[in-house]
Design a protein around this ligand. Structure first.
Ligand SMILES: Cc1cc2nc3c(=O)[nH]c(=O)nc-3n(C[C@H](O)[C@H](O)[C@H](O)COP(=O)(O)OP(=O)(O)OC[C@H]3O[C@@H](n4cnc5c(N)ncnc54)[C@H](O)[C@@H]3O)c2cc1C
Ligand SMILES: NC(=O)c1ccc[n+]([C@@H]2O[C@H](COP(=O)([O-])OP(=O)(O)OC[C@H]3O[C@@H](n4cnc5c(N)ncnc54)[C@H](O)[C@@H]3O)[C@@H](O)[C@H]2O)c1
Length: 468
């Protein structure tokens, strides 16, 4: 038996941050990891995907500026891109992150963690030996999520790629088919078409359809310009891996599509299947529902993808800071500041989540879309502006194309949503995140003057269109 104040199951970005936070708060914590310390984000998601996309983005950026364009005469060096991806995935070796855990004072228990009872976690190591960890105060589940593979006839037998195989691909397939039109599908269609694949995207529900409608329009046009066949409304009915290794996809309308590999990117499923949830009255395989302090029940908490609030690393790490502080406060019998926007409440999860989709053009958004604000019953005003109509964008690139939307809550005169789509808008979103999370009154935003000539001058244009 080994006893700690807190036991964290899962050493992805979220679990690591929970453990660090509670140790900084003066408690002891251990972490349990069955695979690589660093989780999905480090080895099969955020970091390697952005490395796969960045070289193409840099090449595009140079090609859009006369003078630089003439200096760029070749194509992407695919082998060099894949090598850079390998290094951003730390060659799938977690030594660096294990040393970080050591420096943070967090003991690592390698193995599969299961909740064995109240405040008890059983860890089964690769050699089959088990250790039982006892938590004095809390167990935090941070086991993340895995790709969801739908029940399409023949699909599992055809051994499709999920995001993992795609992100870690050793070679670029000549023809890549993609089921899905969301974030993974759009980013990987961008990356692989730029790396030389002929990509067909089966976007049953549209491209990035949960964003403002103009986002999908802009990204679709650009994917098509890269030669991607974007099939909105198309649905796979059955899939077969042929003897020659190719994949045949039959659509529900009977059409056949051939590809060398098939990526399935239709969302995620929680890693709670074999977690011992049944031992504490919960259902194996379910998402773990939490309150704003990340609490599932008395001593059990869940943070990151596994609670389904927001499936993004930065937001999971925000939850980790919140839950770490909550556990420390409760352990010390200190009062909780868990009112909205309090230290112990993850309010931004519902009000101010930023996201960047690294497609071409980039998509950067925060807070509510107009549709979601209306569905939430807010009285809103929507203000749109052409991002190309600023001096900054004209200088930035020839033929700059982009859009901006600001969603204003008319009763409170604050921005509740902001979306940008255009080249290199990723770094612009934090200004909007501050405006939304800070609930900065529109009147005061007139005093936040964007520098000339930057693309950020769109803020001024949006305010002018809104009126004073
Ligand atoms: C292709 C792709 C690209 C993405 N790009 C971005 C991006 O650019 N930006 C962004 O913000 N988000 C991105 N995401 C989302 C991001 O990867 C997740 O939100 C993030 O990894 C969640 O972190 P987590 O710690 O909750 O879970 P994970 O990173 O999934 O980590 C969970 C850990 O728990 C371990 N584990 C699970 N069960 C057990 C068990 N029973 N016992 C022991 N260990 C266990 C797992 O092995 C894993 O290491 C992307 C996702 C994908 C799929
Ligand atoms: N840059 C980033 O921030 C980034 C990048 C990649 C992934 N992620 C995160 O990872 C998570 C997973 O991404 P994802 O793209 O797998 O999910 P997603 O939820 O973004 O998109 C899933 C898509 O699949 C479609 N779909 C659902 N069921 C389907 C079916 N049976 N057949 C065909 N289409 C179907 C949906 O309509 C949707 O368009 C997301 O929540 C995302 O936030 C983030």
């Amino acid at each position: 038996m080994t006893t700690y104040d807190v036991v964290v199951i899962g050493a992805g970005p979220v679990g690591e941050n929970v453990a660090d936070r509670v140790v900084r708060g003066g408690l002891t914590a251990a972490i349990v990891e069955r695979e690589l310390v660093g989780g999905e984000c480090s080895y099969w998601a955020c970091m390697p995907t952005k490395a796969l996309l960045r070289s193409g983005a840099a090449l595009r950026a140079a090609r859009r500026v006369p003078g630089a364009r003439e200096a760029v005469t070749g194509e992407l060096d695919v082998a060099a891109v894949l090598r850079r991806r390998d290094s951003f995935a730390s060659h799938w070796n977690d030594e660096g992150q294990v040393s970080w855990l050591e420096s943070a004072g967090v003991p690592l228990h390698r193995g599969h963690g299961r909740i064995a009872g109240e405040r008890l976690v059983e860890v089964t190591a690769a050699d089959g030996t088990t250790t039982t960890l006892t938590a004095r105060h809390a167990v935090v589940v941070a086991t993340g999520s895995a790709a969801l593979v739908p029940d399409i006839e023949g699909l599992r037998d055809a051994k499709p790629w999920t995001s993992r195989e795609t992100v870690a691909a050793k070679e670029v397939p000549a023809r890549l088919a993609v089921i899905g039109g969301g974030v993974v599908a759009s980013e990987m269609a961008t990356a692989f078409s730029e790396l030389g694949s002929s990509v067909t995207m089966l976007a049953r529900d549209g491209v990035l359809h949960l964003n403002e409608p103009f986002v999908g329009e802009e990204v679709t046009v650009s994917l098509q310009d890269k030669g991607v066949s974007v099939r909105v409304g198309a649905e796979a009915g059955s899939v077969k891996r042929n003897d020659d290794g190719t994949v045949a996809i039959t659509l529900t309308d009977g059409e056949q599509i051939e590809a060398d590999e098939l990526l399935v990117a239709i969302g995620r499923t929680p890693n709670t299947q074999d977690l011992g949830l049944e031992n504490v009255g919960l259902t194996p395989g379910s998402w773990l529902t939490v309150d704003d302090t990340m609490r599932v029940g008395d001593w059990l908490y869940a943070a990151g993808d596994v609670n389904r609030r927001v499936l993004l690393t930065h937001q999971g790490k925000y939850q980790a800071r919140v839950v770490g502080d909550v556990i420390v406060a409760r352990a010390k019998d200190e009062p909780l500041d868990d009112a909205p926007w309090g230290r112990h409440a993850a309010t931004a999860d519902v009000r101010a989540v930023p996201q960047v989709v690294f497609t071409d053009p980039e998509v950067a958004s925060v807070g509510l879309t107009a549709a979601r604000a209306e569905a939430a019953g807010l009285r809103i005003r929507v203000v749109d502006h052409d991002l190309a109509a600023t001096a900054g964008s004209a200088v930035h690139a020839e033929g700059y194309r982009g859009r901006a939307r600001m969603v204003v809550d008319e009763d409170r005169k604050v921005i509740v949503g902001f979306t940008l789509v255009g080249p290199d808008v990723a770094e612009m979103i934090h200004a909007a995140t501050i405006a939304v999370a800070g609930e900065v009154p529109i009147d005061r935003l007139w005093h936040a003057v964007p520098a000339f000539p930057t693309v950020s001058e769109v803020w001024l244009r949006l305010l002018e269109a809104y009126g004073r």
